[in-house]
Design a protein around this ligand. Structure first.
Ligand SMILES: Nc1ncnc2c1ncn2[C@@H]1O[C@H](COP(=O)(O)OP(=O)(O)OP(=O)(O)O)[C@@H](O)[C@H]1O
Ligand SMILES: [Mg+2]
Length: 245
C-alpha cells in the first residue's frame, strides 16, 4: 500500500495535547532580511485563552501575522487543527481561523451592518455577542466610538464560529466599560470551545482573563506559565518584558 507523506508525517506539538487547535513549532520569521521571530513555539487548545505579552516591538503582531499566513516562516511550522499550513490567509480563514487585526479591520466608510455582512457569520450571531450594536447597525462605522468599532470587529470574528481566534490589541485606547464587555465575549467564546490567542498591552488585564501566557522579548519566548502563576509572580513578568528571564 502506498503511504503518502501526509499519512506518515506525525504532528508533534511540544507541550500540546489532543485538544490543541493552534501550534507554532520552532518558528522563525521576519520582514525581508530582518529576522524578527526566533524559534518561537507555542500552543493553544480548544476552550483556552492564551495571552501573548511583551513590550512594543517584541514581535507579537508578527507572530499573529505568521499564524494567519500574511508572513511565511523561514523555519518551523504553523499548525492549525492538526494540519501544517503553508497556504493563504483566505484559506486559513475559510477553515476556521478568525483574526482581529491591530487596526481592527473595520471599514470605516461602510455601515456597521455592512461590516458584519463582510464576515462569514450572520448578523444575528454577531448581535448575540454584542446586542448593544443593534441600534447602530445603520450608522457609518467611522462614526462609531473606538469601543463600538472594536465590538464590531470582535462580533464579526466570533459570528464566524471560528476554531481559532487571534486578537491583536483588544483594549488599546478603550474605556474600561468596553474592555469588560470585550473580555466577557472572549470568556463566552472560550466556553464555547474557541482557542483564543490574545495580544494585549495591559498584562494584568490579559492575565485576568487568560488561562496561560507567553511573554515575548526581541522575538523570542522568554517566559511562559499559567496566568495564575504569572500573576502571583508579576515581577518576573515585568523583568521578562525587558528580556531578562
Ligand atoms: N512591515 C515591517 N517591515 C519591517 N520591519 C517590521 C515590519 N513590521 C514590524 N517590523 C519590526 O518587527 C519588530 C516586531 O514588530 P511587531 O509589530 O511584531 O511588534 P509588536 O510586539 O506587535 O509591537 P507593538 O506592541 O508596538 O504592537 C519591530 O522591530 C518592528 O519594527
Ligand atoms: Mg503589535
Amino acid at each position: 500500500m502506498k503511504i503518502t507523506n501526509r499519512e506518515v508525517q506525525p504532528i508533534v506539538t511540544p507541550g500540546g495535547s489532543a485538544g490543541t487547535r493552534l501550534a507554532l513549532e520552532n518558528v522563525s520569521a521576519g520582514y525581508g532580511h530582518v529576522e524578527v521571530l526566533r524559534d518561537i513555539s507555542l500552543h493553544v487548545a480548544a476552550g483556552e485563552i492564551v495571552a501573548l505579552l511583551g513590550r512594543n516591538g517584541a514581535g507579537k503582531s508578527t507572530t499573529l501575522a505568521t499564524i494567519a499566513g500574511l508572513i511565511a516562516p523561514r523555519a518551523g511550522r504553523v499548525i492549525l487543527n492538526g494540519e501544517v499550513r503553508t497556504d493563504s490567509t483566505a484559506r486559513r480563514v475559510h477553515s476556521g481561523l478568525a483574526y482581529v487585526v491591530e487596526e481592527r479591520g473595520v471599514l470605516l466608510g461602510l455601515t456597521a451592518a455592512q461590516n458584519l455582512r463582510l464576515g462569514r457569520g450572520s448578523i444575528e450571531d454577531a448581535l448575540s455577542y454584542f446586542p448593544e450594536i443593534e441600534p447602530h447597525l445603520g450608522r457609518t462605522a467611522g462614526l462609531l466610538s473606538g469601543g463600538q468599532q472594536q465590538m464590531l470587529a470582535v462580533a464579526r470574528a466570533l459570528a464566524s464560529n471560528p476554531d481559532v481566534l487571534l486578537i491583536d490589541e483588544l483594549s488599546l485606547g478603550l474605556a474600561p466599560m468596553f474592555v469588560q464587555r470585550l473580555l466577557e465575549s472572549l470568556r463566552r467564546a472560550r466556553d464555547e470551545g474557541v482557542a483564543i490567542l490574545l495580544v494585549e498591552q495591559h498584562a494584568q488585564t490579559a492575565l485576568n482573563v487568560a488561562d496561560r501566557a507567553y511573554v515575548l522579548a526581541q522575538g523570542q519566548v522568554v517566559l511562559t506559565g499559567t496566568a495564575e502563576h504569572l500573576l502571583s509572580d508579576f515581577n518576573r513578568v515585568e523583568s521578562a518584558y525587558l528580556g531578562v528571564s
